[in-house]
Design a binder for this molecule. Structure first.
Ligand code: AMP
Length: 212
């Protein structure tokens, strides 16, 4: 199954994608995680992406399209995959079309802006394995360290309140039009983000089931 997760930054795409990915035994491909890893290791792409990502801006389409093109040809994608954070613009979605990739479902996680701002303030991430937590909604079982690899958790630089505001503006301007793009293709499933993450998961799985 090929699934796309849409939603504002902090809507819970990564968390839901991770859960669905385990259930369906297909990989999650997160352009944000690939970019953060490239920044950490200092690759050429990482250096080019850094200034955009840290300012909360989108990395240019040709860069992320290149990342996806290289990633989707790998062996683990042959039975399907989940895209978390791609596409984020109409040209990116058109590039996916041009690669001949037709998603089975596009899930948009709907969360109001005010709730997003609160969620981002509580988000904690593991720089080592990429796991994501929330101090209130999805805490690490081990408190301040990652429950998977015991690495101390940190706050993403782009989760600072002023950066979050600009990321939300960019979401509404550049990414939200994708809902229309996929609704016209009959692929869009709206899922209202719930307070409890397991409730959102139940709605997400039901939405995916309904599309079969
Ligand atoms: P995320 O982890 O999905 O919130 O992504 C973190 C950051 O990576 C974003 O704020 C962008 O700077 C960059 N990024 C990730 N995916 C994309 C994309 N599809 N298009 C452009 N920039 C992206």
């Amino acid at each position: 199954m090929k699934i796309i997760f849409l939603g504002a930054p902090g809507a819970g795409k990564g968390t839901q994608a991770e859960i669905v990915s385990e259930r369906l035994a297909i990989p999650t491909i997160s352009t944000g995680a690939i970019i953060r890893e490239a920044i950490k290791t200092g690759t050429e792409m990482g250096l080019a992406a850094k200034k955009y990502t840290e300012a909360g801006a989108l990395v240019p389409d040709e860069v992320v399209i290149g990342i996806i093109r290289e990633r989707l040809v790998k062996d683990d994608c042959k039975n399907g995959f989940i895209l978390d954070g791609f596409p984020r613009t109409v040209p990116q979605a058109e590039a996916l079309d041009a690669m001949g990739i037709v998603p089975d479902a596009v899930v948009s996680l709907e969360v109001a802006d005010e709730a997003i701002v609160e969620r981002m303030g509580g988000r904690r991430v593991c720089d080592k394995c990429g796991a994501s937590y929330h101090v209130k909604y999805n805490p690490s079982a081990k408190g301040e360290v990652c429950e998977k690899c015991d690495n101390p958790l940190s706050i993403r630089r782009d989760d600072a309140p002023e950066v979050v505001k600009s990321r939300l503006t960019i979401y509404h301007e550049s990414t939200e039009p994708l809902k229309d793009f996929y609704a016209k293709k009959g692929l869009l499933r709206l899922v209202e983000g719930q307070e409890k993450l397991e409730d959102t998961t139940a709605l997400t799985l039901a939405a995916l089931e309904a599309g079969k």
